[in-house]
Unconditional design. Structure first.
Length: 272
DNA sequence: CCCCAGGCGGTTG
DNA sequence: CAACCGCCTGGG
């Protein structure tokens, strides 16, 4: 399904790899289309291009980082099987068909937490702007194929800032949430490991000020790759209200409820 | 073109 | 259940 060479990953014969869907379905904020139609993004302090090539796709990255990107794009997982597994009713089947190509990225925990704290009551354009300013102002500079890019700043870096220093981000009332979360992480009060071990990771996450159930579910799904997490935002709520019974329980999708969530989200948001 | 509502992938007290 | 900060979008 994929083949790694020095600095290049070839994805061939995979029915479920569509860059546009992966990057535009709202799970990530640091991938952008560039002039030639390929996507350029930064994750884990590294950059990569993703583009269509022949009958497949290519991930163009620094030599030695192929394993990181294969993991990031969850390339070992068979999403065609997941699509089948969650197609348990007509509506979800249609959504899964429509969303064919979506994959859940294995993103950094802190970056995900941070990004989704900023996401509340904002549209994607603005979230991307906020995150980009955060990186440009406080992230480490990196160079990739002649471009100057910025890594996502560490929790320690953000924890050391004052509200005043954070103000150029223009994150509004979310700024104190961000600082507080950064300090809790930097102090080790909240760690990825603790959450992994916790029996109630959702409850643990919602102890963070500014993190409610929706943001916490997004962090579980995108930042801890808990594919059973099922974030309910306004779009999902709309779909649930229109097409599902009242007492709907996402556990009907089993361990891949979160992937079903992405299909439904993408479907109700983009389908005419 | 400028102006100003309305609305945004929520959370909190 | 309103208030929160601020921009982006669209109608006038």
């Amino acid at each position: 399904m994929f083949l790694s060479q020095s600095g290049l990953i070839y994805i061939e014969g995979c029915t479920d790899f569509d860059p546009e869907k992966i990057f535009e379905c709202g799970q990530c904020f640091r991938w952008n289309r560039v002039e030639n139609g390929s996507y350029l993004g930064v994750a884990g302090g590294r950059a990569a291009y993703v583009y269509a090539s022949g009958s497949g796709h290519v991930i163009d990255c620094e030599a030695g980082t192929e394993d990181f990107w294969a993991e990031y794009f969850d390339l070992d997982r068979d999403y065609a099987l997941i699509r089948k597994a969650v197609s348990i009713d007509d509506y979800t089947s249609a959504a899964a068909d429509y969303g064919n190509g979506i994959r859940i990225l294995k993103q950094d925990f802190w970056e995900t937490l941070c990004s989704f704290i900023l996401s509340q009551c904002n549209n994607i354009t603005r979230i991307k702007g906020l995150v980009e300013r955060l990186c440009t102002l406080f992230g480490d500079k990196l160079y990739f194929r002649g471009r100057e890019l910025y890594a996502f700043p560490s929790a320690e870096r953000i924890a050391a800032l004052s509200l005043d220093e954070l103000s150029p981000i223009r994150s509004g009332y979310r700024a104190p949430y961000l600082l507080e979360a950064a300090r809790q992480l930097a102090a080790g009060e909240i760690t990825r490991d603790k959450l992994e071990l916790s029996a109630q990771p959702l409850a643990a996450l919602t102890t963070i000020n500014g993190v409610g159930k929706k943001v916490a579910s997004c962090v579980l799904l995108f930042g801890l790759h808990r594919l059973d997490a099922f974030p309910v935002d306004v779009w999902i709520a709309k779909a649930l209200g229109e097409y599902f019974d009242k007492g709907f329980d996402p556990s009907v999708y089993g361990q891949y409820a979160g992937v079903a969530q992405q299909y439904i989200f993408n479907y109700i948001r983009n389908k005419a």
